[in-house]
Design a protein around this ligand. Structure first.
Ligand SMILES: Nc1ncnc2c1ncn2[C@@H]1O[C@H](COP(=O)(O)OP(=O)(O)OP(=O)(O)O)[C@@H](O)[C@H]1O
Ligand SMILES: [Mg+2]
Length: 191
C-alpha cells in the first residue's frame, strides 16, 4: 500500500525569508540533516507564481568528482533552458578539463537569459578541492539575472567573501529553520 506523502505545514514567514534571500546572487541554506532544507526548497519552488526557471542538481555520493558534477550542472542548465536533457552533452573523458566545462556552463547560463535559478542540493557530498575551486569560480561569475541556491549539511570550503562583502550572499541556517512553538503544535496535530 502506498503511503500518502506527509503534509507539509505552511511556513509562510520562512518562505518570505527565502524569497528575500533569493534576491541575492547566491543563497546558502546550511543546516544539519533533517532540518527541513529540502522541504523548504520544495515549498518555495512549487509556489504558484514562482517566476524563475530552476536548474536543479542533486549531488549524490557517486557524484563527488569535478567531471561528474560539471556534467550534471550542464545537463541541468540545458534542461532549464528547455533543451532535451542529455542531448549533445559532452561524454565523460579521461582528458576532461574542469575549467573549460565551467566556462561552458557559464556561457549557456548567459545564453539562457534572466531569471534562471541554479539549485544545487546536498553540496556536503562534494569532496574534491578542485571541484570546490571550480564551483567558487562558477558562483562568483554568474551572469546577470542568474542566481544560485545551495543546500548543505555543513559549511563549505567556498571562497565567497567578495560576494559577502558586496551584500550578494545570503545564508539561512539551522536557527532560521527551527520550528516555532506554533508550528510544532501544528505538526503534532497533523501527525
Ligand atoms: N514544513 C514541514 N512540515 C512538515 N514536515 C516537515 C516540514 N519541513 C520538514 N519536515 C519533515 O522533516 C523531515 C526532514 O526534512 P528535510 O528532508 O527537508 O530535511 P533536510 O534538511 O533536507 O535533510 P537532509 O540534510 O537529510 O537532506 C522530513 O521528513 C519532512 O517531512
Ligand atoms: Mg535534503
Amino acid at each position: 500500500m502506498a503511503l500518502a506523502p506527509p503534509r507539509l505545514i505552511d511556513r509562510g514567514d520562512l518562505l518570505a525569508a527565502l524569497d528575500d534571500a533569493a534576491a541575492s546572487k547566491v543563497t546558502i541554506i546550511s543546516a544539519p540533516a533533517g532540518s527541513g532544507k529540502t522541504s523548504l526548497l520544495r515549498a518555495w519552488a512549487d509556489r504558484p507564481g514562482q517566476p524563475r526557471r530552476l536548474a536543479i542538481v542533486q549531488v549524490r555520493r557517486d557524484q563527488q568528482d569535478a567531471q561528474v558534477f560539471c556534467l550534471a550542472l550542464l545537463d541541468a542548465v540545458r534542461h532549464a533552458r528547455g533543451a532535451p536533457s542529455g542531448v549533445a552533452a559532452p561524454a565523460a573523458t579521461p582528458d576532461f578539463n574542469a575549467p573549460a566545462m565551467v566556462d561552458r556552463v557559464l556561457a549557456e547560463l548567459a545564453e539562457a537569459g534572466r531569471d534562471i535559478m541554479l539549485v544545487i542540493e546536498d553540496l556536503h557530498e562534494l569532496r574534491s578541492p578542485e571541484t570546490f575551486g571550480q564551483l567558487t569560480r562558477l558562483l562568483t561569475n554568474l551572469p546577470a539575472g542568474v542566481h544560485a541556491l545551495l543546500t548543505t549539511r555543513r559549511d563549505l570550503p567556498l571562497r565567497l567573501h567578495q560576494l559577502r562583502l558586496a551584500g550578494e550572499l545570503a545564508e539561512i541556517r539551522a536557527a532560521d529553520l527551527r520550528f516555532t512553538e506554533h508550528e510544532t503544535r501544528e505538526l503534532l496535530a497533523a501527525s
